[in-house]
Design a binder for this molecule. Structure first.
Ligand SMILES: NC(=O)c1ccc[n+]([C@@H]2O[C@H](COP(=O)([O-])OP(=O)(O)OC[C@H]3O[C@@H](n4cnc5c(N)ncnc54)[C@H](OP(=O)(O)O)[C@@H]3O)[C@@H](O)[C@H]2O)c1
Length: 498
């Protein structure tokens, strides 16, 4: 893949906190290796790892090499060989003093010009303390016209209050323009294609409203269970892990008003306006009627029997953590009032898929096709985010023959039809952060509004003494989720290709 000249990092040092961790080894270093291979990391870009694990520069360099599969990437070799490492506690001022010395050496050796991107790849409770320590050490303020940025991984808080506290901690050292909050979903090619689909074509926009659209369904389905991450998941759950960030981000891009430009702030303004138009479910009766949680139990086939959530390692045998969420939301604005937005996510569902589907109103004269058309699924436009990234338009077509029978057909577009490869989401976010393009990062007001939408539901569930609804592994969630949508005379889409 060739990189445009303006898609090349400016001189800077990328500092990774949590450099000994899983995210660094599995995602960040492989993404950097690919960027180096494309020529996106010129010699004026350097890497510094920070973590408590004792390591020398050479050992960190070896970690960089071990984390990637390629062995013929000359620039990566050079990059890994020059990588520096600072070992120390994240709350010890001496760590930051050593880091300052190493950064000064990088400026001298690589011409990194005082520019820094601090990447927080540590457990989330360290984000605030690291930011404050960087501030106290004078490492958060840009010098001499350069830049300093902080890249923060999700979760952005645990609820509305902790998100506000995290914001205060980050803001003690960085101004909002310096903070890049990652939702790697936004960096997926298909999610960005939502913008192209809507605003680079004139055919879709006229039908993108309550006059034509019957309902919208967003599904983020995983076949895997929590596996080894039970301990983490116990205090997270599906609402925090998926709905508060990925689902609401995709939803806002899909349904927002056209931005006045493709400038980052114009797009983020429209996203936050859309989130503000979603009325949070507040009253208990309203939450009980429109939000469903669930937890998987043992299920599958005799050959492939999957354990229940409570049997997973690190999970409380009496756990009430939700592994499934379904909600009905409404966007109360001129374009969408009255169109239900159904969202659904879960672990141990029958398929791994993420899709956004818009189902259109049925034609007014179904009796023209007696006996066939009424049972048909509605026409639908489906954006498949993963796997098999692409787009499908479902519509009714006549079955060949003497009888006038209508059957659903579909026009499919797959990203595989392009010769170019989609960059990996982490390649995209790292390069955007180095370049300073915040379009695909989440602004503080979006985070706050997302918590405002999910918080009342989580509080209600925390106080709800009824047992959590259960569903068998490899099924589409608890029966309550089916009832939620059936009440409106609709059904969930059950496969990405319907
Ligand atoms: N892993 C993923 O695939 C993934 C995906 C999306 C988002 N994230 C987010 O990315 C961040 C990093 O994830 P990760 O999976 O890489 O985390 P991790 O491996 O658990 O932790 C990263 C590093 O932080 C340090 N650390 C861990 N526990 C600590 C503690 N109690 N006190 C001080 N330091 C501690 C460890 O380094 P030292 O002991 O050497 O200091 C560890 O190598 C998290 O915020 C996570 O939510 C991860």
């Amino acid at each position: 893949m060739n990189v445009d000249a303006d898609r090349r990092s400016p001189p800077c040092v990328l500092v990774i906190f949590g450099a000994s961790g899983d995210l660094t080894a599995r995602k960040l270093l492989p993404a950097l290796e690919r960027l180096a291979g494309y020529g996106a990391l010129p010699p004026e870009v350097a890497l510094v790892g920070v973590a408590r694990t004792p390591m020398t520069d050479a050992e960190f360099g070896n970690l960089c090499r071990r984390s990637v599969t390629s062995d013929d990437n000359h620039r990566w070799e050079e990059f890994a060989a020059a990588a520096r490492y600072v070992a120390g506690d994240y709350d010890d001022p001496a760590t930051y003093q050593r880091l300052a010395d190493v950064l000064a050496e990088c400026d001298h050796r690589h011409g990194t010009a005082g520019n820094r991107v601090h990447y927080f790849a540590t457990p989330p409770r360290l984000f605030g303390p690291i930011a404050m320590s960087l501030g106290k050490a004078g490492l958060s303020a840009p010098v001499g016209g350069g830049f300093v940025r902080a890249v923060v991984e999700k979760p952005f808080g645990w609820d509305e209050i902790s998100a506000r506290e995290l914001y205060a901690d980050l803001s003690s050292a960085f101004v909002e323009e310096q903070i890049f909050r990652i939702d790697h979903y936004l960096a997926k090619e298909t999610v960005q294609n939502l913008l192209a689909l809507r605003f680079a074509n004139s055919v879709f926009e006229p039908i993108w409203n309550r006059t034509w659209v019957d309902n919208v369904q967003i599904t983020v389905a995983e076949t895997l269970g929590v596996g080894e991450r039970g301990g983490f998941y116990e205090s997270t759950g599906a609402m925090r892990d998926i709905v508060q960030n990925h689902v609401l981000q995709v939803l806002s891009l899909f349904l927002m008003e056209p931005p006045t430009s493709f400038h980052a702030e114009a797009i983020r303004d429209e996203k936050v306006k859309l989130l503000r138009a979603i009325q949070p479910l507040d009253a208990e009766a309203e939450i009980a009627a429109n939000a469903v949680r669930g937890q998987y139990t043992r299920g599958g086939t005799r050959e492939d029997l999957m354990p229940g959530y409570r049997d997973e390692p690190g999970v409380d045998p009496l756990s009430a953590t939700e592994t499934f969420v379904a909600m009905k939301l409404e966007v109360q604005n001129w374009r969408w009032t009255g169109v239900p937005i159904y969202v659904r996510t879960g672990k141990r569902l029958p398929a791994r898929l993420t899709e956004v589907a818009m189902e259109f109103r049925r034609p007014p004269q179904l009796p023209l096709f007696p006996g066939t058309a009424e049972g048909l699924d509605p026409d639908a436009l489906v954006v498949r985010v993963q796997p098999d990234e692409g787009l499908s338009l479902r519509f009714g077509a006549k079955v060949p023959g003497h009888a006038f029978r209508v059957q659903k057909a579909s026009m499919d577009f797959s990203y595989e039809s392009f010769d170019e490869q989609s960059p990996d989401a982490y390649e995209r976010v790292i390069l955007d952060a180095l370049i300073g393009d915040p379009t695909l990062f989440i602004r503080a007001d979006e985070v706050a509004r997302s918590w405002r939408i999910v918080d009342p539901v989580m509080r209600f569930w925390a106080g709800d003494e009824r047992p959590i609804p259960l569903y068998q592994a490899a099924s589409w969630g608890p029966s309550e989720a089916g009832a939620l949508i059936a009440r409106d005379g609709r059904t969930w889409r059950h496969s990405s290709r319907r």
